[in-house]
Design a protein around this ligand. Structure first.
Ligand code: SF4
Length: 356
């Protein structure tokens, strides 16, 4: 069976093609010029192109469905080679700015949220992905391919950098080896050239893997899905807390190497009457003491059958104000994609239900 060339870091590709500079050329063709076949790689010898074609494919996931939100975010259902599906989301961060003559003065900025697994083992109570169970890890090429497919679909030029968040389906640290490879492939200077500082790995809090990721020193940013400030509630929302409680996560975070100018992001899903009061805000401030942190408050987005409700704007604002007043950087995630199925796993579930 042919291998997917997108699975290979440039160093690995150098083992396959000689001399080594050919790997750079192949990378440039795929990631910078959007080549779909080896035949297009006209600066490679014909024999090499034939040999590559016999050994490899350039396989990106197939777009099965797109839901566009009024705010411009787009949620993709992508089909993998073995028929499984994952989701990715394109989030426009800043619009393009043009001068009076219509020239682009500032390019549009995008973030792509990628999946790292088909399904997930973690089992968070608020997550639809969890309900489908775990199927398998994605390969590095399947992670990278999500970005290639989405850039192409949106006519985002191959050389335009996007930010990456590993925040789609799956727990990225449960597939650390392949995610680390994807980080390297994304950041390769001869490829997409997306610096690790533009890549955020979001975890439910697998403390030993946070430590391991830190030791790998990839230079990526870290986001923790904290969501609760006491172990009883967190265990209820995220059963993984039984294995790694809040204290264990905080210890791992304190040891994580982070760029001087950056912060560890703590995601806090605000759920009505569950974790939206000032008592919780106070505890959070205490918990983050001494950590260069930024808190991102996210409105819980209810789905059919969900036992939780969306919080009031007032309580979210009160929570945010408390954190800001206590010196903690805190943003509220805009309700991007609220009119589409925005919570992780929802598009896939709907599609399964519709048997698409
Ligand atoms: S929220 Fe993320 S970590 Fe939790 S079950 Fe869903 S996919 Fe897994």
């Amino acid at each position: 069976m042919k291998k997917n060339i997108l699975d290979l870091t440039r160093e690995e590709l150098e083992q396959e093609v000689k001399p080594a500079f050919r790997a750079k050329q192949i990378y440039q063709w795929i990631y910078q010029k959007g080549a779909k076949s080896f035949e297009e790689m006209t600066n490679l010898p014909k024999a090499m192109r034939t040999e590559l074609d016999e050994k490899f494919t350039i396989a990106t996931p197939k777009i099965l469905k797109v839901e566009q939100s009024r705010d411009g975010s787009k949620k993709y259902l992508l089909g993998l080679a073995d028929g499984h599906t994952v989701e990715s989301v394109l989030l426009p961060m800043k619009p393009e700015v043009r001068d009076n003559e219509g020239n682009i003065v500032k390019e549009a900025k995008y973030t792509v949220c990628v999946s790292s697994q088909v399904g997930c083992k973690v089992g968070c109570a608020f997550c639809l992905t969890a309900k489908g169970g775990f199927v398998r890890n994605l390969t590095p090429g399947e992670i990278v391919g999500q970005v290639l497919a989405i850039k192409e679909d949106n006519h985002i030029p191959a050389n335009r950098r996007v930010n990456i968040v590993y925040m789609g389906m799956g727990e990225p640290l449960d597939n650390l080896e392949n995610v680390a490879k994807a980080v390297k492939i994304f950041s390769d200077d001869h490829g997409l050239s997306i610096s690790p500082r533009r890549q955020t790995i979001s975890t439910s809090g697998l403390a030993p893997k946070i430590k391991k990721l830190g030791e790998m020193n990839l230079g990526v940013l870290l986001a923790i899905s904290l969501h609760a400030v006491d172990d009883v509630l967190r265990q209820q929302l995220m059963p993984i807390n039984k294995a790694y409680n809040i204290e264990a996560i905080m210890q791992a975070v304190r040891q994580f190497p982070i760029d001087q100018r950056k912060r560890v992001m703590f995601e806090y899903l605000v759920i009505k009457d569950v974790n939206d009061d000032l008592k919780a805000a106070k505890k959070l401030v205490k918990l983050l003491h001494g950590i260069k942190a930024k808190v991102n408050l996210i409105y819980f987005n209810p789905y059919p059958g969900s036992p939780f409700e969306r919080p009031d704007e007032e309580s979210v604002k009160r929570f945010q104000r408390y954190l800001l007043d206590h010196g903690i950087l805190c943003t509220v995630r805009e309700s991007k994609g609220l009119d589409i199925s925005a919570a992780c796993g929802q598009l896939r579930e709907k599609s399964n239900a519709c048997a698409i």
